[in-house]
Design a protein. Structure first.
Length: 480
C-alpha cells in the first residue's frame, strides 16, 4: 500500500470568521488538508458593513507591525487595500499628534507606517485573499454550541445550521476566534477543564464615532490625534480623525469613566471642544457629517490566561477570544495578525496534531498580546476610576519613565524611533531600555516644546477656512 493510502486528512475548525479567524485560517491552511470556518453571520463579498462587527463603525489603526504580518500570511493584501482607497501613512510625520508630553514634531525620516482604512475594507481584503485558497471553506449562518471531546483532547464542535438542525463537526484542531464574547471557558469547564483565570483592567472607556465627508484637503492628509493624559486627576478624553477611503474621515472620540461621550449628535462636536486642544473641533467644523453617532462601551482589557491551565490538546484561542484590548491604542488588529504569524511559524516546525502543539501555540500567540497589554492596560490602570488591580509603585515608576520618553520624543529622533517601533509592535518594550534611549531620556528634550501643532500650509488653510466647505475630496487641493 502506498504512503498516500495511509495519510489521514487533517482538518482545522475555526470558530469565527472575523479578522482573527481568517488570519488563523491563513496561518494553518498550508499545514493541513482543509480549514472550515464556522461563522454565525453571512460574510459579504464586498467592503461593506456586516452583522456581528459593531466595532467596525469606529476608527481602526493597522500599525506596520500588523500590516507586515498580514502581508507575510496573505501576500497581495496591501495592494488590494490601497487599490480600494486605503492610505499608507508614514510615521511619525503622517500623524499630527498631541501627546501627554506635547505636540510631536514632523521633521523626521519615516520610521514606520500605518494603514488607514475603514474596518470593513480591512476585513474584505483579508477575506478576499484567504478565500482564493481552495483548502478554506466558510460555513455561514452557523452557530457554535459547544466543544466536543474530553478534558484531555478536543475533537471538534457541535453547531446549529441555519435551518435549526444540529451537527457535530470533527477536527484535529479547533481554533476559537469568536471574539470578546467567547464562551470557550464555559465550554471547556463543561468538559472538566480547570477554570481559566482572567485579568480585567477597565478604565471605563466609552467610544463614540461618526463618519464625515472630508473637505478639500491635501492628498497626503495626516491622521489627527489628541491623546488623553493619565497623569491628570480628571477623566481622560481623546479623539482621532482617520482619513479613509471615499474621501471620508472616520472620527472617534473616547472618554474614561466620568467623562464618557454620548450618542447625541449635537454634543458629538461639543465633546471635541473639551479636548486638550481645539484642533479636531476646528477641522470637524469644515466637514459634512454622514450618518448617526455610534457608541460602544465594551472596551475593558480582558486577558484569559489559557497558558496557566492544563489545556486539552486540539484547542487554542486567538485574538479577542484570548486577549481583548482597549481599542484606544489601536493594537487589536495588529496583535491578531502577529499572533497568527506566530501560529504559522510554529505549525511549520511541528505537526499540528502532535501532543502539546496547541499548548505551545497558545504560548506563542500570547507573546504579541502580552506586549500590547503592557503598552495599553498598564497605562489604563493609572486613570481615575479605573477598575482592576491597583497600580503598584513599579507601575507608577514605569509610567513616569514612559512620560519622560514621550516628552523627550517631541524633539529627539532616537526616542521617536524607539517609541514608534514599540507602538507599531515592530519591537518589544525592551527597545525602550536600550542604552541610547536611556541616555536620551536622562538628557530630556533638546528643543523647547511646540506651542501648537506642526501643520503644513495646506493643513493650516483647511483649519482656518471661514466655514464648512461645500466641495469635498482630496483632489482639489494639491500639497503645497
Amino acid at each position: 500500500m502506498s504512503p498516500a493510502a495511509h495519510h489521514r486528512a487533517r482538518r482545522v475548525l475555526v470558530l469565527g470568521g472575523g479578522l482573527s479567524g481568517t488570519l488563523a485560517a491563513a496561518a494553518l491552511a498550508p499545514h493541513c488538508d482543509s480549514v472550515v470556518i464556522v461563522e454565525r453571520y453571512t460574510l459579504p463579498d464586498a467592503p461593506v458593513p456586516r452583522r456581528g462587527l459593531p466595532q467596525a463603525r469606529h476608527a481602526h489603526m493597522l500599525w506596520s507591525g500588523g500590516a507586515d504580518a498580514i502581508e507575510s500570511l496573505l501576500p497581495g493584501t496591501t495592494a488590494l487595500w490601497t487599490g480600494a482607497g486605503a492610505r499608507r501613512i508614514s510615521l511619525p510625520n503622517g500623524m499630527v499628534s498631541l501627546s501627554p508630553g506635547g505636540w510631536y514634531r514632523r521633521c523626521w525620516p519615516e520610521v514606520q507606517y500605518l494603514v488607514s482604512a475603514g474596518r470593513d475594507l480591512i476585513d474584505w481584503g483579508i477575506r478576499t485573499r484567504l478565500l482564493e485558497d481552495s483548502k478554506v471553506t466558510v460555513v455561514p449562518g452557523t452557530e457554535t454550541l459547544r466543544l466536543l471531546g474530553t478534558a484531555t483532547r478536543i475533537t471538534g464542535a457541535a453547531v446549529r445550521r441555519p435551518d435549526g438542525t444540529t451537527e457535530d463537526l470533527e477536527a484535529d484542531l479547533v481554533v476559537d476566534a469568536t471574539g470578546r464574547g467567547s464562551r470557550a471557558t464555559r465550554w471547556l469547564a463543561a468538559l472538566g477543564v480547570a477554570e481559566v483565570p482572567e485579568t480585567v483592567i477597565d478604565a471605563g472607556v466609552t467610544y463614540a464615532s461618526r463618519r464625515y465627508r472630508a473637505p478639500r484637503v491635501p492628498e497626503d492628509w495626516p491622521v489627527i490625534n489628541v491623546q488623553a493624559d493619565s497623569r491628570l486627576p480628571v477623566p481622560g478624553k481623546a479623539a482621532t480623525i482617520l482619513p479613509i477611503e471615499g474621501s471620508q474621515w472616520l472620527v472617534s472620540v473616547s472618554g474614561t469613566r466620568g467623562g464618557e461621550p454620548g450618542g447625541d449628535e449635537a454634543r458629538f462636536a461639543e465633546f471635541t471642544e473639551q479636548l486638550r486642544s481645539p484642533l479636531i473641533a476646528q477641522y470637524l467644523a469644515r466637514a459634512e457629517p454622514l450618518g448617526p453617532v455610534t457608541v460602544t462601551r465594551t472596551t475593558a482589557n480582558r486577558r484569559r490566561h489559557f497558558e496557566k491551565v492544563r489545556m486539552p490538546d486540539g484547542f487554542l484561542a486567538i485574538g479577542d477570544a484570548a486577549t481583548s484590548l482597549n481599542p484606544v491604542y489601536g493594537h487589536g488588529m495588529s496583535v491578531a495578525a502577529q499572533s497568527a504569524r506566530a501560529l504559522r511559524d510554529l505549525a511549520a516546525q511541528r505537526d499540528i496534531t502532535a501532543p502539546g502543539f496547541a499548548r505551545r501555540a497558545q504560548r506563542a500567540i500570547g507573546r504579541p498580546a502580552a506586549a500590547a497589554w503592557m503598552l495599553g492596560a498598564d497605562q489604563d490602570i493609572l486613570f481615575p476610576g479605573a477598575e482592576g488591580r491597583r497600580p503598584t509603585f513599579a507601575d507608577r515608576l514605569a509610567g513616569r519613565y514612559v512620560h519622560r520618553l514621550i516628552r523627550t520624543a517631541c524633539s529627539d529622533l532616537t526616542v521617536v524611533r524607539a517609541l514608534t517601533d514599540v507602538m507599531t509592535l515592530q519591537r518589544g518594550a525592551i527597545a525602550l531600555a536600550r542604552p541610547g534611549v536611556l541616555l536620551a531620556a536622562a538628557r530630556g528634550p533638546r528643543l523647547p516644546a511646540l506651542e501648537g501643532p506642526a501643520l503644513t500650509p495646506g493643513e493650516e488653510r483647511v483649519r482656518d477656512a471661514p466655514g464648512r466647505d461645500t466641495a469635498y475630496g482630496s483632489e482639489a487641493v494639491p500639497r503645497p
